[in-house]
Design a protein around this ligand. Sequence first.
Ligand SMILES: C[S@@+](CC[C@H](N)C(=O)[O-])C[C@H]1O[C@@H](n2cnc3c(N)ncnc32)[C@H](O)[C@@H]1O
Length: 236
Amino acid sequence: MPGWRNGLRRGLKILDPKGFVGSNPTPGTESMNNSDQFNKVTQELEELARTYSAKKGSPGYEEIWVPGDQVKLWSVPRQTGQLLRLFTLAKKPPIILELGTSAGYSAIWLASAAKEYGGKVYTVELAKPKIRMAEKYFKAAGLDGYIEQIEGKIEEVLNKWDKTINFVFLDADKMKYATYIQQFEKHLGEGAIIIADNAISHADLMKDYLDYVGKSDSYISHLITIDNGLMVSIKR
Ligand SMILES: C[S@@+](CC[C@H](N)C(=O)[O-])C[C@H]1O[C@@H](n2cnc3c(N)ncnc32)[C@H](O)[C@@H]1O
């Protein structure tokens, strides 16, 4: 293997999210000023995302119902959580809207920032057991005062939405992102940030959305190639 490739491999290893900013951060590598309580809850949720799996018909499946044959508790990787927190701290959006709560991992990262300047995270989820699970983790992280859980279908919640939004995190059913943005864009404040997860891993499912934010004069968009790919768009 040519030397430069070896170097690249070594470089990638250093940046490997599992070893560098992974689920069990080495003291001094994370610099996020988070509490022990925060680290305990986020690590527990990372473990759940790695291990939780319930097949149709099993007790776990009943407990955590969503459509499909097998249920997993997906959540963003820790590095994405850290970036969400950094973007939030840089922008200080009074209102953050998250589409897709699951067990609450990404909302906890967003709310950890919102807590520092008095912002609020609204997070939407349709699966009742996940809503209850997230509620438990929000309390355990001491962040429940900065998060409002909205139960329901995203499309229906957006139809009734009436607040100005300054930050959106899209992490639900990828094929519908293009519909969702057209529903909420009239509520976006100037300079609002929209971050869509899975812009690399599920680019095919999100093609309409990626085309929309990429071609529209209303947004400046840039793909951040970490983890599953984050399409970051700023409303002009
Ligand atoms: C990838 S998970 C969210 C992960 C979460 N953002 C995190 O990183 O911790 C997507 C979630 O969106 C929810 N969801 C999918 N389509 C939905 C819809 N139309 N309305 C409400 N929730 C939906 C699913 O039930 C699932 O829990």
